[in-house]
Write a protein of this length. Sequence first.
Length: 705
Amino acid sequence: MERTFCIIWFLYVSVCESLLFPDSKPVMHGEVLSPEYPQPYPPNLQKRWDLSVPNGYQIRLAFSHMDIEASAGCYYDSLTVLYNEKVLAKFCGQENSADGHHPGNQPILSPGNRLTLLFQTDSNNPEKHQNVGFSAQYQAIDIDECSAPEPRDGSDSLCAQICLNTLGSYICSCHHGYELRSDQRTCALSCTGGIFDEPQGHLSSPGYPNSPPHALSCQYVISVDSGFTVTLNFSDNFHVESVDTQQGPNCLYHWLQVTVPHREPIKLCGAKSPGVIETNSNTVRLDYHTDDEGLSNGWSLDYSTQRVNCPPPSKVAQGRVTPMLAEYFYRDYIFVRCDQGYKLMMDGHEIKSFSAMCQNNGQWHLPLPECHIIDCGEPEPLLNGGLTFLSGFQNQYRSVFQYHCNEPFYSLLGGVNVSFTCEADRKWRSHNDVVVSPTCLPVCGKPIKHVSGIQRIIGGSDAPDNTIPWQVMLNVNQNRGGGMVIADRWVMTAAHNLIDKNSKVATEAIQIYMGHNNVDTILQTPLYAASVHTHPGYNNPNNVDYNNDIALIKLQDPVTFNASIMPICLPPEGAAYETGIMGLVSGFGITKLGEQRFALTNKLKYVLVPLVAEEECAKSAVSWKQESANIPDLTNNMFCAGMREGTKDSCQGDSRGPYALYDHQRYWAAGIVSWGVGCGKKGAYGVYTRVANYLDWINKTMQEN
Ligand SMILES: *[C@@H]1O[C@H](CO)[C@@H](O)[C@H](O)[C@H]1NC(C)=O
Ligand SMILES: *[C@@H]1O[C@H](CO)[C@@H](O)[C@H](O)[C@H]1NC(C)=O
Ligand SMILES: *[C@@H]1O[C@H](CO)[C@@H](O)[C@H](O)[C@H]1NC(C)=O
Ligand SMILES: *[C@@H]1O[C@H](CO)[C@@H](O)[C@H](O)[C@H]1NC(C)=O
């Protein structure tokens, strides 16, 4: 009864305690004393202590003193230690007593976290025996679960591989290459192989070449730099269970699946090695799966990587691709150069240089360019000329052309034919590599048609078209004058045509006509003066001093020469004015025979008059002076021309035009009609400005304006 009570009490206390102190710390140590210790214990006792410590701990019980009546087999009084109602030990007696069973210094270790002490005494306690009982201390000791021996009954050990003791508990762990299963006890071969990112490597199924454990789900990823492709090389020793189905062997329960991005995965099984698999990808995933049954011995493979290949570039017409290699790989470069005379073109545009890299996708990063023939562009046009292609076309490389001038009105400076070739630097170059810009010079004094021989027709003749193409008609303040073309912008005339009442006429007052023999026609195309240059030595206020009667008019626009407009040559250096030579005098102002007054004609007239010797002319001048005081002086800057006989045609110098001499197949401007006396009288000549005396002035004036 008492025992029952004790248990109830104990439970009561523990319940009460847990109610009162719900967070109280678990009991880790304590003391057990026999009743009334250190006084002798009473008889007829049956006392029980149920000790407990938290799970995962053992109880270590040590006796500091024991004095229980000794008896054989502890028959009368005893302290029994129980675990799970199994007796661990039964003590009585004192240290050194012959009878009884004393624990000595040896502590008792409970197999678990509980321990029961049962103290029993009998009724006949002899007075002489004053046994005091016992005192014992206990404490919680962490169980080293891991050191527990292998269970004999064949049941599973605590941990399949590694046991790690912890305070009050333990955890299981696995050897390298294994991982803990979800039961927290057993280990499975680890086959999440991580990522293989080396350029080459070796993989095999868990446990290879031994057959692996069942129910595997392994994943291996090979992932190398893009621009490389992975090749798998399975060893011959390959075995993954396959199931024969009606459709043939099938990887139904076990398989090794090879997955490459953007492609159908391949499932491998059977006993034949797949050998070499070129994945053409830089990442490959391998999934190895087995179920609980069946048998697969596994597999192993070496993988290697190759740089991605780009297709060999095609040929480029008129160009060269470098370097020429048998194969082109990722990060290889190619360059394209065009042959001489060709240029790189891409998308319709010229490019300076071309290079392309083999990309990680096996494509060149740019398409190949084309080589197009270069061209030198339109050659500079040649004023008053043109050009002819001797070879080639469209101004392309190696084309050759030659300039020419518009003959017979212009001729090439120097008269040399220079051909120009389109060179690789896209410039037109002449053979001697000197880039000369040719010039077309006007041809002077060479009309395409000539007036007929010496004119005996009094009053002159109508000039046929294009026979005196240098002839100019001036209109100055409504007075008609004459002149001659000497350059494309220059007209030479007499100063007296341009001085009115002692002052130079305004440029606006001058109209200039040329290109026709008919006045009505010629008047339709007036040209205008840009500037007027009378000789500074001309000073003739009273019409008695015609010295230096020469002037130049600069045209506003240059004239293009043709058959009806051509310049007359200037006097050659050291020009000879030979007596008797016939000069061509022309103009729109020749009088008609028999008329007493000057009449302007509607047609260009000409007459050929001989040059008169200087003495002859001077003699005449003296006789003129005798007749009239107003006769101008004859100077060295003048010469006379006319018929000595004094026929009326001899003074037709008032044609107001040029006096041209023909020499070396060309006409040159020997004189300008200046003045004359006693027309029709014997010994009366026309007086002309001696142009040869003014070459320097002409040259200077033309150059400075
Ligand atoms: C695959 O491996 C075998 C054995 O190591 C070797 O002889 C063979 O050359 C390899 N094949 C390739 C393509 O790497
Ligand atoms: C220049 O070339 C033209 C045309 O090719 C030819 O007619 C002419 O004779 C050549 N002149 C000279 C001086 O070579
Ligand atoms: C020459 O050119 C002038 C001016 O352009 C023109 O009036 C004339 O008709 C041309 N003559 C010939 C023969 O072409
Ligand atoms: C005109 O000047 C040029 C250059 O100064 C010279 O070459 C030429 O000989 C001169 N002509 C005459 C006729 O003086």
